[in-house]
Design a protein around this ligand. Structure first.
Ligand code: NDP
Length: 435
């Protein structure tokens, strides 16, 4: 490992011209000394394996930063984003700025003017712009390794299958599809084409949700007994595709209730065996002519843990998750948005009830999820949230609709073992260090 000191890093123009200047001549003997007797340049870090490491500036009791050390652009995997709507433009594409292992190389859109403007904003060459009609030409474009599908739910299957046939790996937004059959066809097509399919369950890659998983699985507060979650928002009555059943597959359940369902599954690692549900369809509200407003569902897991989830399209934004365990409860509020996720832990402290609150350094969830996919691809491994993970959620949501339609308690087959629908945690991301 070479030390980057004042002399080596900024010693001379010759040094700068030589890149990071490790061969620069000495600056002179007059560099001031720090009160500790150490030359201040010793704090300028070191390089090894193409990475810069900076020494901590603060005591171990304080937060210390970390250089992100992204891959050089030419080595990152190229991503084509398909569908330039709200999520793509407001969150995913800006997220590339924080990504370390992927870069935006192509756009697919039905609106050529919009695509050209976005391409100019983010430096995507015009030759890498596609329409839905000529999408299959991506096959001949070596700039594209991954296709990220950000279309209305009922279009996910078609574009996943076309991307797989073009030999590209697929990252597909949630919910995976509009129906179980479509989801199954996506898994089959990717397997047949020998490409990887990841469902964009962004929260599974965040330190906030991984900490909740760790607290539950390590039994930090004894056995988990019950989990509850709400994910609701008040949507505009604008006739958007989310309000058309054939485009969305359902209402609030597959859109936002899915986050509650998926969290129950990844926190426990188990699959539910019994389901009950109720839904509302407020009369005379144009939003709910075809899809449900509120979806309330309960799950019973093989270990005895029960979970209660609620989603909605008609009340003010409310997004929380709480895990009730024997000697404490813990959870996130807000739990399911893009930022400000806050962990709370409640337990007994002597004669008092203690409330502990933890905030994590903000990071783009989309950068984290895309880098995780790249890490799995580099390792030749199944992604942590593969097609099987999305397919299982689709099957459970079908059972929730069945229960809500008067199906009583709907039974699902017993699945033994934990995390049976998930791939390994990508090693390149390093071991998870609980907060
Ligand atoms: P938008 O309606 O904002 O964007 C969808 C885009 O799809 C459109 O802008 C359009 O792009 C393209 N499109 C192609 N055909 C149609 C069509 N017939 N009707 C409407 N749009 C069409 O949706 P979102 O961006 O909010 O959602 C896209 C996907 O992302 C959904 O699957 C949704 O569930 C998921 N999502 C995930 C979130 C997450 O947190 N992970 C959050 C929000 C959404 P163009 O004009 O370029 O052709």
């Amino acid at each position: 490992m070479a030390e980057l000191t004042r002399r080596t890093l900024f010693g001379s123009t010759a040094g700068l011209a030589a890149g990071i200047g490790l061969i620069a001549p000495a600056l002179g003997a007059t560099a001031p000394m720090a009160p500790s007797g150490q030359e201040p340049g010793a704090l300028r870090g070191s390089v090894a394996d193409g990475k810069v490491t900076l020494p901590p500036l603060h005591q171990a009791s304080e937060q210390n930063g970390e250089a992100p050390n992204p891959m050089p652009p030419g080595k990152r995997l190229g991503v084509a984003v398909v569908g330039l709507g709200a999520l793509a433009l407001e969150n995913i594409i800006p997220g590339f700025g924080e990504a370390k292992s992927v870069r935006l190389t192509a756009l697919v859109s039905g609106e050529p003017d919009k695509a050209r403007i976005v391409a100019a904003q983010y430096g995507v060459p015009e030759k890498n712009l596609y329409s839905y009609a000529d999408f299959d030409r991506i096959r001949d474009n070596p700039d594209i390794d991954i296709v990220y599908i950000v279309l209305p739910n009922a279009m996910h299957a078609e574009f996943t299958i076309r991307a797989a046939k073009a030999g590209k790996h697929v990252l597909c937004e949630k919910p995976m599809a509009a129906t179980v059959a479509e989801a199954q066809s996506m898994v089959d097509a990717c397997k047949q084409a020998n490409v990887r399919l990841m469902i964009a369950y962004r929260l599974q890659y965040t330190p906030e949700h991984r900490t909740v998983i760790d607290l539950a699985r390590s039994k930090a507060f004894g056995k988990v007994r019950m989990i509850e979650a709400v994910n609701g928002q008040n949507d505009a009555a604008n006739g958007q595709w989310r309000q058309i059943k054939a485009m969305a597959g359902g209402g609030s359940l597959p859109d936002v209730g899915l986050y509650c369902l998926n969290a129950f599954r990844y926190i426990t690692g188990e699959e539910p065996v019994e389901i009950t549900a109720q839904m509302t369809h407020p009369a005379n509200d144009p939003r709910f002519q075809q899809v449900e407003d509120i979806a309330m569902f309960t799950l019973r897991f093989p270990s005895g843990i029960v979970a209660s989830g609620t989603s909605a399209y008609s009340f003010h934004e409310s997004r929380f998750l709480r895990v009730h365990a024997e000697t404490g409860w813990f959870g996130l509020d807000p739990a399911f948005g893009y930022d400000n996720l806050t962990l709370g832990i409640n337990r007994k402290a002597g004669k008092a009830s203690s409330m502990d609150s933890r905030r994590f350094t903000p990071k783009s969830q989309f950068a984290q999820e895309m880098d995780a996919f790249a890490a799995s691809l580099h390792a030749g491994e199944e992604p942590h949230t593969p097609g099987a993970e999305g397919l299982q959620d689709m099957k459970i949501m079908a059972a929730i609709y069945q229960a809500a339609a008067g199906g009583g308690i709907v039974k699902l087959p017993l699945v033994t073992g934990l995390d049976t629908t998930r791939g390994p945690w990508p090693k390149a991301l390093g071991p998870f260090v609980p907060a």
